[in-house]
Design a protein around this ligand. Structure first.
Ligand code: NAP
Length: 284
């Protein structure tokens, strides 16, 4: 039976510590502020934005909520980004993705001041992450690292397999594990004999986007299994990329969905906002 990695508990502990960090900054006259920008009315994005603003309120971080209609032009959005870049009360800028099709995600990400890029998607920040010399880490992979740390399982020297190579999750995840001295393999849709590769993993991190794709036969006995997936099963129920019921008896540690990686992502966004405010305030 695996130990369950409780993302809600880890997240709550970190947020408690962050309240202290916010208070310490406020005592120095720095009030951390996050601007959240949502273009259009995508229901999932609306939920994510609401949760981000609620997390700010809980921690005493000031938030700005910018809602733009779905037919907003790229020019108008870039104009807003320019205003937020120049606003000293805004330390972090988060543009909720995906954007409507008339707007280029890449153009918008590149327009954000890298010092306010709390998603860590700007090419300058991506480059710094590759070099291992960064101010911000992308929120979901950073959350996974915090969950791994909470287990106390050492990462150095371990075989780590990451399934998925997206810019948001898979690629930065693999880099962070490499920085922690794991031996890392990245798998994707063209990987031959995926199950055989996965069975080598001491630490298996799954970010595919396919409900219950990873089954017990793909997992080594005692492995740490981190499920980043947020999927809907055939009944519309939220589930992960890992077949939890089948894999849990075989794994050493496992994250549930919901309640695993999910709660960590917003927590790490809050951490990045606090870091941005600290850096802007001249304190390291
Ligand atoms: P994505 O951009 O769609 O990338 C999926 C990756 O999985 C791709 O690299 C793809 O390979 C690979 N893949 C797809 N089918 C595969 C297969 N049969 N075998 C091996 N690899 C396969 O997705 P993403 O944005 O990284 O997100 C992945 C999952 O994480 C989704 O469920 C998403 O909802 C979830 N997510 C959760 C959080 C959170 O806060 N918990 C945050 C972000 C994402 P190719 O590159 O070859 O196509």
């Amino acid at each position: 039976m695996a130990a369950i990695i409780d993302g809600k508990a880890v997240s709550a502990k970190l947020r408690q510590e962050m309240k202290g960090e916010v208070a310490a900054l406020q005592a120095k006259g720095i009030a951390p502020g996050l601007a959240v920008v949502l273009v259009g009315e995508d229901p999932a994005s609306q939920v994510y934005v609401r949760n981000k603003i609620r997390a700010c309120e809980e921690l005493g971080i000031r938030s700005q909520d910018h809602r733009l209609p779905a037919d907003t032009t790229q020019e108008r959005l870039l104009e807003l980004i320019g205003e937020l870049n120049n606003d000293p009360a805004v330390h972090g800028i988060l543009v909720q993705l995906p954007l409507p099709k008339q707007i280029s995600d890449q153009a918008v990400i590149a327009a954000i001041d890298p010092k306010k890029d709390v998603d860590a998607f700007h090419p300058q920040n991506v480059g710094k992450i590759v070099q291992g010399n960064y101010d911000f880490l992308p929120c979901t992979p950073a959350g996974v690292m915090a969950l791994l740390r909470s287990t106390g399982v050492p990462v150095a020297g371990k075989e780590c397999v990451v399934i998925g190579r997206s810019n948001i999750v898979g690629k930065p995840m693999a880099l962070l594990m490499l920085h922690e001295h794991a031996t890392v393999t990245i798998c994707h849709s063209r990987t031959r004999d995926l199950a055989e590769v996965c069975r080598r993993a001491d630490i298996l991190i799954v970010a595919i986007g396919k409900a219950r794709f990873v089954t017990a036969g793909m997992v080594k006995e005692g492995a740490v299994v981190i499920d980043v997936g947020m999927d809907r099963d055939e009944n519309g129920k939220l589930c992960g990329d890992v077949d939890f019921a089948g894999v849990e008896p075989k794994a050493g540690y496992i994250t549930p969905v919901p309640g695993g990686v999910g709660p960590m992502t917003i927590t790490m966004l809050m951490q990045n906002t606090i870091t941005a405010a600290r850096l802007a305030g001249g304190a390291v």
